[in-house]
Write a protein that binds this ligand. Structure first.
Ligand code: ASP
Length: 357
């Protein structure tokens, strides 16, 4: 009910749906594009999940709605006060990293050895400044370390122990790795390992069966990467993303989130944060390709995002989604999964939140 009401506030396309009563928000960006200039604002996602409906109960839905709305408000407070899009993105992501509902910071998924290895990136669009970290195990808020890499080092990306050494120097909070671990993540790892064992057994019984390549066949119920894109009052875009990666990933695996142009990208015209099967998002340089559509192919950000999600990735099939914003403040929210907690907030300060299609 609450979601339906929020959908009714978004824009003309959604209003048309509201005229005939509450309708679910569509998964394609085009139908959610609020149209002409909406000025400054912030768009966020909380992970694309899988094609199987998430089966959240009322409490779980409410937790996600509240978290997304809270993150939108935190970013809005920064922007409304004349703060930078970078600060808004950071404020939103820190809240979501601290919320164990999501696969970022506390609550992140576990690798095959039962450890959390966290990736994050942030990008300042007009200046093309970037900071990214990968495989960190003790950094409470990886997005803060990514920001420090961008602003306080000569580098673009730092990984593992080196990144954590830098975190100490930069006064970024470190925690015991146990801080990140939740029972939900432990359960997900057990499920994924059992599924892997079943696949191995059936491959042994039929050795010529081709290996499964696409993401659609994988079980990964605890997706929930978080990301944000903001446009500030000075017209500057920024994007950021933070994740624990994929359940049961191998030690040292790095996904798309900290790979600039794959899971995270911003320039003067366009910002994107992605979620989904990272290996494929890297292969297709998803975030940058959408921005190329905006910059060079004359596409709206909504059309460019839809084209990537539904013409390129969906047929493979690769699961995932993106949120984005252009320099006028037009937004994109596209995903091909059953759910993607997401939201938008503009100058009026009223958060619009959706969970499913
Ligand atoms: N893209 C992330 C990764 O592959 C996972 C996700 O968004 O669910 O690391």
């Amino acid at each position: 009910m609450r979601t339906a009401m929020l959908v009714c506030l978004l824009g003309s396309a959604a209003l048309a749906a509201c005229a005939t009563g509450p309708a679910p928000a569509p998964a394609s960006s085009a139908a959610q594009d609020p149209g002409p200039r909406v000025e400054w604002g912030l768009v966020i996602h909380g992970g694309a999940g899988s094609r199987t409906p998430p089966g959240w109960n009322a409490e779980q839905r409410a937790a996600r709605e509240a978290a997304v709305a809270g993150a939108l408000r935190a970013g809005h407070a920064v922007l409304a006060a004349g703060g930078s899009s970078l600060d808004a993105v950071q404020a939103a992501i820190v809240l979501l990293e601290d919320d164990s509902t999501f696969n970022a910071g506390r609550g992140a998924v576990l690798n095959a050895e039962g450890r959390n290895e966290l990736d994050a990136a942030i990008m300042d669009g007009p200046a093309l400044r970037v900071g990214a970290v990968a495989g960190v195990q003790r950094v409470k808020n990886p997005i803060l370390l990514a920001r420090a890499v961008m602003e306080r080092s000569e580098h673009v990306m730092m990984i593992g122990d080196g990144a954590e050494q830098f975190a100490r120097l930069a006064d970024i909070e470190l925690v015991d790795p146990a801080y990140f671990r939740t029972q939900a993540a432990v359960n997900d790892l057990e499920r994924e390992k059992a599924s892997e064992r079943r696949k191995r057994d059936s491959a042994a019984a039929a050795p010529r069966a081709p290996p499964e390549e696409s993401s659609a066949a994988r079980i990964n119920s605890h997706y929930g990467t978080v990301g944000a894109v903001a446009l500030d009052r000075q017209g500057r875009l920024a994007a950021g993303t933070s994740t624990g990666g994929r359940t049961n990933k191998r030690y040292g695996r790095v996904g798309d989130v900290p790979i600039i142009g794959a899971g995270t990208y911003a320039n003067a015209d366009c910002g994107i944060s992605a979620t989904g099967h990272g290996e494929w998002f890297i292969r297709y340089t998803v975030a940058r390709d959408i921005c190329v559509g905006v910059q060079y192919r004359g596409q709206t950000i909504a059309a460019a995002a839809d084209s990537m999600m539904f013409r390129v990735l969906d047929p493979i099939p690769v699961d995932g989604g993106v949120v984005g914003m252009d320099r006028q403040g037009r937004i994109a929210m596209a995903f091909n999964t059953a759910s993607m907690p997401r939201g938008y907030i503009g100058p009026d300060g009223a958060p619009k939140v959706w969970l499913t299609r």
